[in-house]
Ligand binder design. Structure first.
Ligand code: ACO
Length: 348
């Protein structure tokens, strides 16, 4: 599915939508590759060369996903100059919700005090944040909402098998949030491309605890409450999905790679990002990369990278950015946007 601001003849131009506030939160506890060497048979050298990851942030025992989401949300609201009461809608993308229900978005809505806002979770695994931006664009563009908070938040450490070296070295915790508001058409979001291939759901999943395999002693014994992935197959999928999704969203916006100032990719493996850059014929310097410090934080990875880059003064008003993600489902999603925000103040 690909969409843009283009209209059919005779239809009034819908409103544009743009990011007016951004923020992120990562838990203070750092776990390095060397610390993991003590827990499973692995090495810093293997992890760095195979993935690009050097360390990750891990939530404390009493921190759930909504706790991280709320910190990122507060930062994004402050950046936009809004209060929680201003919000019409809260969308949380997460693969590690506080509970199956109620939604993590509802916990965030209550704790923020966003009394006027509707709230729901969106599940497209690691693509959830970019899918959420597409939702926010549609709500704001159609006039159904004026101020939407979109959050990507994860505590993957809670659903990671810390005895499985093939997955536990990859994941980390974090949250990123943006506020989406109206803007003139042609500014802000330019196009979206969303895709899914449900026939490949077996490659990346968490099988236990849902209605297919309700939680039981057996699901626990068989480690079905942890993330499972076929790493090699997901890798092969990702190195095609990222460039394909970038090309599709640029085509829809009538742009070429030359117009793009920054690519903000899902941070799953540095080799996936390098391969995508090579396929596109783009220099790696145009890709915002922070996987070395956070690992794969699923739906939080794109907004955390975007927010950190904003604090560092990388995005400037008028820059064209492409956000791109892939994940379980399988799913993929990309978004082209013209940045409209002046630099955010660095947080204390
Ligand atoms: N330390 C040391 N050795 C390891 C480790 C480890 N942590 N993990 C695996 N190995 C070993 C394997 O056992 C294997 O040994 P063998 O050859 O004796 O069998 C060898 O290393 C190579 O294993 P591969 O799986 O082929 O390694 P690969 O180069 O494919 O890297 C990785 C694995 C990093 C998982 C890669 O496949 C990858 O990044 N895949 C994509 C992952 C991804 O993007 N997932 C998205 C998830 S998003 C979400 O759902 C939250």
């Amino acid at each position: 599915m690909t969409t843009s601001g283009a209209q059919g003849a005779g239809r009034p131009a819908p409103r544009g939508a743009t990011i007016t506030g951004i923020g992120h939160y990562t838990p203070p506890r750092v776990v390095t590759n060397h610390q993991l060497e003590a827990a499973v048979e692995t090495s810093d050298e293997w992890i760095v060369t195979r993935t690009g990851i050097r360390e990750r942030r891990i939530a404390s025992d009493d921190q759930a996903t909504s706790d991280l989401a709320i910190e990122a949300a507060r930062a994004a609201l402050a950046d936009a100059g809004l209060t929680p009461d201003d919000l019409d809608l809260i969308i949380v993308g997460t693969a590690s919700p506080d509970m199956i229900f109620p939604s993590t978005a509802c916990w965030v809505q209550d704790r923020l005090g966003a009394r006027r806002a509707g709230a729901f979770d969106l599940m497209a695994a690691c693509s959830s944040f970019v899918y959420g931006l597409a939702q926010a664009n549609a709500y704001v563009g159609s006039g159904m909402a004026d101020r939407v908070l979109v959050i990507g938040a994860e505590t993957l450490s809670k659903i990671t098998n810390w005895k499985d070296r093939s997955t536990c070295v990859l994941f980390g915790d974090g949250a990123g949030a943006v506020v989406v508001q109206p803007c003139p058409p042609g500014e802000g979001f330019l196009s979206f491309h969303l895709g899914a291939d449900g026939s490949r759901g077996d490659l990346l999943n968490l099988r236990g605890g849902g209605s297919r395999h309700p939680a039981s002693y057996e699901t626990i014994e068989r480690d079905m409450h942890y993330i499972y992935q076929n790493g090699r197959e997901v890798f092969k999928f990702a190195v095609r999905a990222i460039p394909d999704a970038i090309e599709a969203v640029l085509r829809q916006a009538n742009l070429t790679g030359e117009a793009v100032r920054w690519y903000v990719p899902h941070q799953a493996n540095i080799r996936i990002i390098e391969a995508a850059a090579k396929r596109l014929g783009e220099p790696l310097e145009k890709f915002i990369i922070n996987i070395d410090r956070y690992g794969n934080t699923s739906s939080a990875s794109v907004p955390v990278a975007l927010s950190e880059a904003m604090e560092a003064g990388r995005e400037q008003p008028g820059d064209v950015l492409v956000l791109v993600a892939f994940g379980g489902g399988l799913t993929w999603a990309s978004c082209a946007l013209r940045w409209t925000k002046a630099r955010s103040a660095p947080r204390p």
